[in-house]
Structures are given as C-alpha cells and as structure tokens.
Ligand binder design. Sequence first.
Ligand code: SAH
Length: 233
Amino acid sequence: MKIDVLSAFPELIKGAFQESMLKQARKKKKVIIRIWDLRSFTNDKHRTVDDAPYGGGPGMIMKPEPFFEAWDALAGRSAGKKPRTLFMSPQGRRFDQDMAVALSREEHLVFLCGHYRGVDERVVRGLADEEVSIGDYVLTGGEPAAAVIIDAVVRLLPGVLGNFDSAEADSITSGRLDHPHYTRPEEYRGMKVPDVLLSGNHAEIQKWREEQALIRTRQNRPDLLEARSRRQR
Ligand code: SAH
C-alpha cells in the first residue's frame, strides 16, 4: 500500500510513523508513507499556503494551488489507477472500523490535511473522493486525524500485526469489547490476577474471557450488542 499525506505542517505527523508498528510496517515494506510539505508546492518567496477568505470574516483559508500541484505531482501524472483521496474534515463521514477495513483494501491513499479556518472548497470538490471526520470535535489541523486513520488502516494490512488473530479479537471488530488482560506479577498493590487465568484450564479461561467481554460491552457500549443483534435478525 502507498500512502501520501499533504500537509502544511508535516512535522505534526511525521513522528506518528517513526515508532512501533507503523515503523515496522514501513521497514517490512508493507506500506510506503510519504509526507508532502504543501509549502514546497508554492511559487512565491514566502511560500504562502493561506490567504484571507473571499467575503470577509475571521481566519485564514488554505489556498487551492499547493494542494492541486502536490496532488498532480504524486498522482495526477501517473498512468495507474487514481488514488483514493480523503479530505480530513469535521464535516465528513465519521471514521470507524468498517471504513478502516475498506480503506485497507486500497492500493493508494492520499490524505489532504486542512488547517486554520479551513480549505478552499475547490480542493474538496476537485480532489477529494470523500470527506472523513474522526469525531465530533474540531482539531487545529487534519494531521492528527490522518495519523489516526493511517494507524487504524495499516495495522490491518496482512503481516503487520505479529498474529493476525489479535486484530480479529479486538474491540469493535468482534462486535463487542475485548476482555481484560493481565500479565506478571500475580499480585500488584493488593490487586490479584483472577484465579481462573492461573488455573491452566483453557476451557474455563475461554469461558471467563467471553463472559467478561460481554459484561464490559453491556456496561460501556450496549449499542454494539444492539447493532450485532440487528445484523443477525
Ligand atoms: N472551520 C472548519 C474547521 C476547521 S479546523 C469547520 O467548521 O468545518 C482545521 C482543519 O482541521 C480542517 O480543515 C480539517 O482538515 C481538520 N479537522 C478539524 N477537525 C477534524 C475532525 N474532527 N476530523 C478530521 N479533520 C478535522
């Protein structure tokens, strides 16, 4: 998979791919992630990426040219299939695990990150296939949103997680939340690991984990169980 990120503040996102799973995924060539500085696609001395809004009002708007020129440079001139281009926006469809799975099947993704008051609408209409939000709150820029989506997508690529089963068992993916986990020591600050996990009885352990997962889901996210029973009906 190839991923390109267009940003006026590339340093905001670089670190997200330099550690842990994402770093390994890049090293193992499961994904190529390139971050493009929109300022390199400007033609003036000050490398201007923003300007005042037509019609007046507060805040600056990101100019269209750097986005279009960067996009052309990385995708537009190539003969292959057009990359799926996502504009990060609180106005977009809410990102979720189903979308992560769908995106993980693409060959090439491009992320457009806004900043300031917003982005010239022609970028959204002319380049983006869709607008995607990571939740109902407003960020300073699209970079953290792109980092969240890229992280969720790349960990689904075959061979990225050590054991693919661990993605299947994850919260949400499995239609419920994950069960509690414990590691050594057996007792810490007066809190003991549940006896069943030390019993060596795999059937009992499995049963306990399933029960716990259900209890938690009922407590924290009953909507997941309702959605699951709706799907089964
Ligand atoms: N005035 C805009 C918000 C601008 S915030 C509006 O009301 O829609 C600046 C940039 O941060 C946006 O252009 C977008 O790229 C990014 N951003 C902010 N919140 C986001 C969210 N919840 N999900 C994805 N991107 C977001």
